[in-house]
Design a protein around this ligand. Sequence first.
Ligand SMILES: Cc1cc2nc3c(=O)[nH]c(=O)nc-3n(C[C@H](O)[C@H](O)[C@H](O)COP(=O)(O)OP(=O)(O)OC[C@H]3O[C@@H](n4cnc5c(N)ncnc54)[C@H](O)[C@@H]3O)c2cc1C
Length: 482
Amino acid sequence: MFNFWLAVCDGPRLARFTNKGVGVNSDNASVLSSPAASVLEAVQTSSTSYEDRLNAGRDRSGYASTTLPDGVVFAHSVDDVVRTVQLASANDVSLVTRGAGTGLAAGGVGQAGEVVLDVSSMNRILRIDPVEHLAVVEPGVLNGELNAAVAEHGLFYAPDPASTAICSIGGNVSTNAGGMRCAKYGVTREAVLALHVVLADGRELRTGRETLKGVAGYDLNALFTGSEGTLGIVVEATLRLRPLPTATATVAAFFPDFATAAQAASAVIAAQVQPSLLELMDGQTLEAVDSALGTDYRSRGGAFLLAQTDGYGAFLEQDVVLEAIEPLASSCEKAADSEHAEELVRARREAIPSLEQLGRVSIGDIAVPRGRLADAALGLGEISRTTGARIFTVAHASDGNLHPMIVMDEEDSVTEGPAKAALGEMFYLAKRLGGTLTGEHGVGLLKRDWLLPELGEVSLEVQHAIKDALDPKGILNPGKAI
Ligand SMILES: Cc1cc2nc3c(=O)[nH]c(=O)nc-3n(C[C@H](O)[C@H](O)[C@H](O)COP(=O)(O)OP(=O)(O)OC[C@H]3O[C@@H](n4cnc5c(N)ncnc54)[C@H](O)[C@@H]3O)c2cc1C
């Protein structure tokens, strides 16, 4: 019998065990005799309950594995991770590392024959250094928790996915997550100073350094950032912080249609001003947000552009933004105060959860040159018409990163039918416009079909050679990312 029943549990963990009841489900018979059992038995906290395996077989992409992983290891320490990896390597068991499970590419989902290594309980902020502007954290710390903690020191952690309240730093590092203020402050890769990684054979690797500068050796921070759990398990991250801006100015503008709003966003970029946030939403998404939040944005226009400028020149820069968008906008309003600004930002943050109330959502993630946003908007309309997929779009416009979201019926699949066809067409649209199939969510399982046309044969061969060098047995997140 697994020794996890004897584990000393913390509060949340105790609730988890109490909910599922003590004992092993009858459908676990095959799991108990699989090679995975040797991995699951040897760590203090693991589970083969149907509920935990079901949860570990899906993420927020709309994808659900047709078979369930053999079990879930809940790591509480670096030693837990090392031991799990050593056993997995010795027994040729595949490991899928998982943070908060908010991924949108099915990168953190497990299936039969695999064990999911859940690191969400490694969630301590180990150090905040307000002088050096850095924080050292375990991988399970949530993005929003880190930002709340460092705000007390007058600092912020820049990468801010719309999922900030629910996604983990380990997941952010492993997907090279972006967010709303990344155009000004950079994506996760720009914020990672150093990593502590457990390799596929259990060795511990430290990459990078605490100094802002440092060029000794290859840039292994960059290699592991965005590697989607295929090269190693991030057990600690040293992250760059920045001083909180002295002021923030917010403006919301409404347009007759999405293509015009996209044109306005391109005009802002061409005006040589650097907003900290420049977000687009189309009319259908506005409607969904209105219905979820009880707001009435859709009545003001067929598309929405939200722009924030920050720092000492926030209001001067806001004037430049207004000058660029006013000729195209139906109406513009400046946020009266910080509460009003927060309301406007919330409307954008709630776009995905609002659409999830309409059905199953599959989220595209293309990025195009920023001057081609309007072409992308028109192209997406065309894809919706030709494939029959219902597409709702939001965009981090200052990065040229669009999220066309396909809303499906619950029984529809993201891996076939109109959704799959539309995802493919989106990629070819991005490619025609000089862009990419994924700006920030990663490839996971869902976008591998289009990787070869994007990267080309030589690049893909080099990537497989790196994977083989670091994980010769191919046990870390097999079949994902590359
Ligand atoms: C409502 C909503 C809004 C979102 N908005 C954004 C957005 O604006 N920008 C954006 O970039 N993303 C966004 N996302 C996607 C998602 O939140 C990010 O991809 C996030 O970085 C995933 O973090 P996670 O902890 O949930 O990772 P998981 O989903 O658990 O895992 C994601 C990937 O990282 C790997 N992984 C996780 N932890 C580790 C680790 N410690 N070591 C090695 N590999 C690991 C997994 O194997 C998997 O491949 C959004 C998601 C939702 C649901």
